[in-house]
Design a protein around this ligand. Sequence first.
Ligand code: BGC
Length: 273
Amino acid sequence: MPTKQNVSKLLAGQKALVTGANSGIGKGIALELAKAGADVVINYVADPDSANQLVGEIKSFGVNSYAHLADVSNEEQVIQMFRKMIEDWGTIDILVNNAGIQKDSPFDQMTLEQWNKVISINLTGQFLCAREAVKEFRRRGIRKEISCAAGKIIHISSVHEVIPWACHVNYASSKGGIMMMMKSIAQEVAPFKIRVNSICPGAIRTPINTKAWNTPEAYDKLMTLVPYNRIGEIDDIGRAAVWLASDQSDYITGTSIYIDGGMTLYPGFATGG
Ligand code: BGC
């Protein structure tokens, strides 16, 4: 139940799980959800120290948090992660399917291992977590005092669900797959008042793409792809995630929201093509 302290916050009393939450975009989202009053489970697969540190930071906002080690591509570990959350906190209201990796390679040298690893974490991992969340949302239904929806899933996709990406065929395929998975799940579960959407980040300042922004030359080159002329920051994504998880966006389902400073606007055509 919302406490007096957080009653005015957008996500007061909601229970969220963020996968891959101990760095990058996942961390930014976890922090913003917590600031908006949600209790947040921090899923991670490596670097327990950073996960535990984030739990401490989140608790300082007056909400609850714990870290949970699980590989999102492992069915048993995912089922166990949801079971624990539901046992400990009673339920889940918000799933942010964020965990994702890149294993880049020219196409003709891409190994089956590089392909399988990226598809298993980025696509199968989102499937496994979404399935467990939907089971719980349907079992529990709506609690009007918490949210007018029975549950919300936010997939973290990428501009590369629509922008082809040479030398990243595995990654772009996983993100294109997320788009159709998200829409198909959204269509199926809308009658149960479950909302399913994607956030599609462009170039955000995180460890996954350090080489694209950490020298002035790389940054200038990157800006040729970003009409708004600045790199994205993790709280650009976090703030949108809060809104998408809240009742303020209650009529939105099955949609991809691009947060990319215009990267999907085909900037190469800005001067007339
Ligand atoms: C990738 C980043 C890249 C960005 C824009 C993201 O999905 O993970 O490495 O900078 O797309 O191309």
